[in-house]
Design a binder for this molecule. Structure first.
Ligand SMILES: *Cc1c(COP(=O)(O)O)cnc(C)c1O
Length: 368
């Protein structure tokens, strides 16, 4: 890796602490860590390996491609592909020993054909839709589909799961309704006597609905430390950092950056930070976001460019080469991820997933 002025710093000690906190909270349930979308921008392989070493039982991915990358990196932890699979992926799913999701009779029949052809059993989880309307069979069809999977003779039905559409609020009636529907379905005689791994809890469900922990939980956002304090010891392990690349003095009335949307109200000091929307640092932060330099918070001046932006430090002190914190802590100050998401009118998940390959991920052990 060549030296680069920007980096995403992931504190693996804090990540392991989060995993320990979740583990403590879920008791005997299995722990599946979804690492889809480059582990929410934290880096797929390093996060998966750290999680496996910290004793996570399962990794969740969205698609074959992510599961294959993990296997190629030598990860032997069970992996569940959560997204819908496509027919031309079945051979590789089987060969790479990836567990995958069946959520319709149509797909089940296609998969069965491929399993018979290659003489391998598909290790599958049956997904039941209890209200998300994304993928999954309706509860009423789950029983006949389960029967089909059993009788086909080419599946090992490992688990049965559902997904919450809302679970951030402990009293949310929709989540409670979904949980009850799943719970009632699982009481059906056809599911008794099999050692099925049943699971429905994402981060919200893991935090707020202990009755939804069942045999396995799937909290990703929580495991990454969000929201901080959701469980004792939970804190973010992600920071975004850069380095001051340029310093200048701008006179009163001069415009800054594309379109001159920012005008210096008096003579002021402007520094340049070499990161932009091409890295995933969103343009919506133009003249709205702030950064930390030498422990002080300063406003972004003007539009964010593809690869750079400017900061107005007024009479503050900054030198070329100084560390700039865009997300995370410096001195006693902090720019939380949630602040960035709010300014961009989105959720923190989308901000995390948006950082591109250009920004290297650096792994440290600091437990700040
Ligand atoms: C992404 C995902 C999760 C994790 O969601 P968080 O809110 O990050 O905990 C769990 N289950 C499924 C099916 C998912 O797609």
């Amino acid at each position: 890796m060549y030296p680069h002025p920007n980096w995403i710093e992931v504190d693996l000690a804090q990540f392991r602490k989060n995993i320990g906190a979740v583990r403590c909270h879920i008791g005997k349930s299995l722990y599946c860590l979804p690492v889809k979308a480059n582990a929410y921008g934290h880096g797929l392989i390093p996060m998966a390996k750290a999680a496996a070493e910290a004793g996570v039982d399962y990794l969740g991915v969205s698609c074959l491609q992510e599961g294959a990358a993990l296997r190629q990196a030598g990860v032997i932890t069970p992996i569940l592909v959560l997204g819908a699979i496509h027919e031309d992926q079945v051979v590789d799913l089987l060969a790479l020993d990836l567990e995958f999701t069946i959520s319709s009779r149509f797909k089940a029949e296609l998969v069965a054909g491929h399993c018979r052809k290659v003489g391998r059993k598909g290790r599958v989880h049956l997904e039941v839709d209890t209200g998300m309307q994304r993928t999954g069979v309706r509860a009423a069809s789950a029983v006949p589909l389960f029967a089909f999977l059993h009788e086909a003779g080419c599946f090992e039905v490992v688990g049965l799961y559902s997904h919450f559409a809302t679970a951030g609020d402990p009293q949310d009636p929709i989540a409670l309704r979904q949980h009850n529907e799943f719970h009632e379905l699982l009481a059906h005689p056809i599911f008794q006597g099999h050692s099925l791994v049943t699971h429905i809890a994402n981060s919200g469900g893991t935090t707020h609905l202990p009755q939804a922990h069942r045999e396995m939980v799937r909290p990703a956002f929580l495991s990454l430390g969000y929201p901080p304090g959701a469980l004792p010891g939970i804190a973010p392990c992600f920071s975004l950092k850069s380095t001051v690349s340029f310093f200048k003095v701008v006179q009163a009335g001069e415009g800054v950056s594309y379109g001159h949307t920012y005008k210096a109200s008096r003579q002021t000091r402007i520094v340049t930070v070499p990161i932009g929307y091409g890295d995933g640092y969103r343009r919506a932060l133009s003249s709205r976001g702030s950064v930390l330099i030498r422990g002080k918070r300063y406003p972004i001046a003007g539009t964010i460019c593809m690869d750079q932006f400017m900061v107005d430090i007024r009479d503050g002190e900054a030198y070329v080469g100084d560390e700039v914190v865009l997300i995370g802590k410096q001195g006693g100050e902090e720019i939380p991820l949630q602040e960035i998401a709010r300014l961009c009118d989105t959720i923190p998940y989308e901000i995390l997933c948006g950082f591109t390959e250009r920004t290297p991920r650096i792994y440290v052990e600091t437990l700040s």
